[in-house]
Design a binder for this molecule. Structure first.
Ligand SMILES: N[C@@H](CCC(=O)N[C@@H](CS)C(=O)NCC(=O)O)C(=O)O
Length: 223
């Protein structure tokens, strides 16, 4: 295990207004690591060839630790957990560990599109581009979000993970999804339907790593 210091260099490529960049930053803050942010905006192409050499799909984030480059947020979280000092972020219990993997995968597959690509992008990011939010997309996103959050509520209620006792990769993954989702008012209203998840989020959002990594609502100045 190592602590990032003079002998070890950590850089995170990405841009602040990004879900997966926020997730990766959370892991670094959770471990109390110092790191450089190298600004890379995938929504402002073309990306430089030296970045595409690190991430052939041209997305963010990418973590570079000394001579080791790694993309995919879930892989970054697992790497940071294993390499840097701190309490394990993967449960020892097989069922809790499996539930954690399930949660991360369900968020990627069933929550990004409705919650982030539809509700958050349309309500928060489109106006910054001078575009009217697509209300139909938002309504469809809210229906999908309801279904995804009901599944998350069941997992929180079960208590194997997201139980406010120990932090796992599931907490670090879920936090930014909910953090973005409650930036528009529709998200705040919907979250209230899910009491266990709401209690978890109140606890999570007050943790120092969550507060340090939260980019806040996007503004025109970020553009
Ligand atoms: N599976 C990837 C997803 C990364 C991703 O989609 N990042 C977004 C920003 S949150 C991105 O780079 N989008 C640019 C694009 O879609 O072209 C991961 O876990 O890192």
């Amino acid at each position: 295990m190592v602590k990032a210091g003079p002998a070890t260099q950590l850089s995170l490529y990405g841009t602040e207004d990004s879900l997966y960049f926020w997730i990766a930053r959370l892991a670094l803050h959770e471990r109390g690591l110092s790191y450089d942010i190298i600004e890379m905006d995938p929504f402002d192409p073309p990306l430089p060839d030296n970045y595409l050499a690190l991430h052939p799909f041209g997305r963010i984030p990418t973590l570079v630790h000394d001579d080791f480059a790694l993309y995919e947020a879930s892989a970054i979280l697992r790497y940071v957990d294993q390499v840097f000092d701190g309490p394990s972020l993967v449960p020892a219990d097989a069922r809790a560990a499996a539930r954690m993997s399930q949660l991360m995968s369900l968020l990627d597959d069933y929550a990004v599109n409705p919650m982030i690509a539809k509700v958050v992008s349309e309500r928060l990011f489109s106006p910054l581009e001078g575009e009217e939010p697509n209300e139909e997309a938002i309504a469809e996103g809210l229906r999908g979000a309801d279904r995804a959050l009901a599944a998350v509520e069941a997992i929180v209620s079960e208590g194997l993970i997201l139980n406010q006792r120990s932090v796992t990769l599931a907490d670090l993954y879920l936090g930014p999804f909910i953090g973005y989702f409650v930036m528009p008012p529709e998200g705040v209203v919907m979250l209230r339907k899910f009491p266990a998840l709401s209690r978890w989020y109140d606890w999570f959002a007050a943790r120092p790593s969550a507060m340090a990594a939260n980019p806040g609502p996007p503004t025109n100045e970020d553009k």
